[in-house]
Write a new protein. Structure first.
Length: 458
């Protein structure tokens, strides 16, 4: 697998300073840069470019050209333009003209009486008010890097940027297309992912090359409880090794995992997917390419493996999310077990309940739309065989949602039946990521009084 280097967001900093203000001579620019560098490791970014201060319009044009070259060459993800002092629009407009994610940041005043030190907040206000042809959003920041509110706001942006990088620079493999009858999963997401397509035979070729000694060795190392003789898992481990090799050089794989795989490999793919997820190798079942893209973004934002789950049951307290048993152990509430598939009796699926805690997720959709949602896994012990958990305290696009409102939003909006989830409370970062990517989050749709059919047209 590839992609670990994309966890670090590449940030640039351009100070905007008018020397006429006394705040320009207080060392604020240098102190802010040092504080920002001190934050970088904790917030997951690297300060890779520090521009010379912009003091006039010609310098603004020069800094913008430098940043544009870095960004177009793939060396810069996000730019912070720091208002150390007030600045007129000619010092800011060239930076606003950059086609890349941008933050305008103003420092608080160094003093609250006497001559006005900086007037930086007013400069931020002026900069954001300028008329431009810009389409990419701008995020504003106000405060010192030492302030908690500033750090939290910047941290959300850095996590959103990680999600953007995952789908802008990722490389994925789509093997065999989609499972039969799952037509909506055939959607190719409108993202700059590199997508390599391959026929299902590449999997069976890889399977035929698996060395049985390697199967024996990996089988002996397994530490997960089993509800079957260990030798019955040889076919599952053989498939796992083949899938691992197939994923080399990719950030993730979407695989048509049935009906051919169980028929020809003698095993379900679920447990193999789950064990690969433990090692940071995401597989999307049923050939769900957009689901895979959603998983990559969620994993990048949350910093842990995503789960692709079906919506299977509902009551007044929450919704039951489930899948056959393809989920990483880090999601489990206690012990997990490898058991035969509940319908087919073949090995193997991972049986586990989802651990209580905050969760969030999204699904990329056609026409540059997205569903963004969040909630909390409830401490309800019962659940279907496989990976299952009840999620309550639901939210949809930043709004509280009842279970019935969430259900109406899924069904009325005709969402595909796979929803990607991640552990943690990163709803704001996912919403911000969608804004940077130009994907519009669908609003909550709690009412079901008027019958309608959402158009397929863009």
């Amino acid at each position: 697998m590839i992609g670990a280097e994309r966890r670090v967001v590449r940030v640039g900093l351009v100070p905007v300073v008018r020397p006429i203000f006394r705040g320009a001579h207080m060392g604020l620019e240098e102190a802010s840069r040092r504080s920002l560098e001190a934050l970088s490791e904790r917030l997951g970014f690297a300060l890779v470019y520090i521009g010379a201060p912009v003091t006039d319009a010609s310098e603004a044009e020069s800094r913008a050209a430098e940043v544009a070259a870095l960004h177009s060459g793939g060396g810069l993800d996000f730019l912070l333009a720091l208002h150390v002092t007030f600045a007129t629009g000619d010092l800011v407009r060239p930076l606003l003209g950059l086609d890349m994610p941008l933050g305008l940041w103003a420092l608080p005043e160094a003093a609250v009486d006497g001559p006005l030190p900086q007037n930086a907040l007013c400069g931020l206000n002026l900069g954001l008010s300028l008329r431009t042809g810009r389409r990419t959003p701008v995020k504003w920041f106000y405060g010192s890097p030492d302030e908690r509110a500033f750090q939290e706001r910047l941290g959300i942006t850095m996590r959103a940027m990680r999600g953007c990088r995952a789908v802008r620079e990722g490389r994925v493999l789509w093997v065999g297309g989609t499972a039969p009858g799952f037509y909506r999963l055939e959607t190719v997401p409108e993202l700059p992912l590199r997508i390599d397509r391959a026929p299902l035979e590449v999997l069976f070729d890889a399977l035929s090359q698996v060395d049985e000694a390697g199967v024996t060795h990996r089988l002996a190392e397994m530490d997960e409880p089993l509800d079957m003789p260990r030798e019955d898992l040889r076919s599952t481990i053989r498939l796992e090794i083949a899938l691992e090799r197939l994923a080399e050089g990719y950030d993730g794989v979407a695989l048509r995992c049935w009906p051919e795989v169980p028929e020809r490999a003698g095993t379900m793919a679920c447990a193999a997917f789950a064990r690969l997820a433990d090692r940071g190798c995401p597989y999307a079942c049923e050939g769900d390419l957009a689901g895979l893209a959603s998983m990559l973004a969620v994993a990048a934002v949350t910093g842990g493996p995503a789960a692709l789950l079906d919506l299977s049951h509902a009551d007044d307290e929450g919704l039951m999310f489930w899948h056959c048993g393809n989920t990483a152990r880090s999601w489990a509430d206690g012990a997990t077990r490898l058991v035969p598939h509940f319908n087919r009796g073949l090995p193997a699926v991972r049986d586990m309940r989802l651990a209580p805690g905050q969760v969030c997720g999204l699904r990329f959709l056609e026409s540059r739309k997205a569903a963004v949602y969040a909630g909390a896994v409830l401490g309800r012990a019962r659940g279907y065989d496989g990976a299952a958990g009840w999620i309550g305290h639901l939210r949809w696009a930043g709004e509280p949602a009842s279970p019935s409102g969430f259900l109406a939003s899924v069904l009325n909006r005709r969402l595909p039946h796979h929803l990607a989830w991640g552990r943690g409370d990163e709803e704001e970062a996912l919403l911000e990521m969608c804004s940077w990517l130009g994907h519009e989050p669908l609003p909550l749709d709690p009412e079901d009084r008027l019958l309608r059919w959402t158009s397929d047209a863009p």
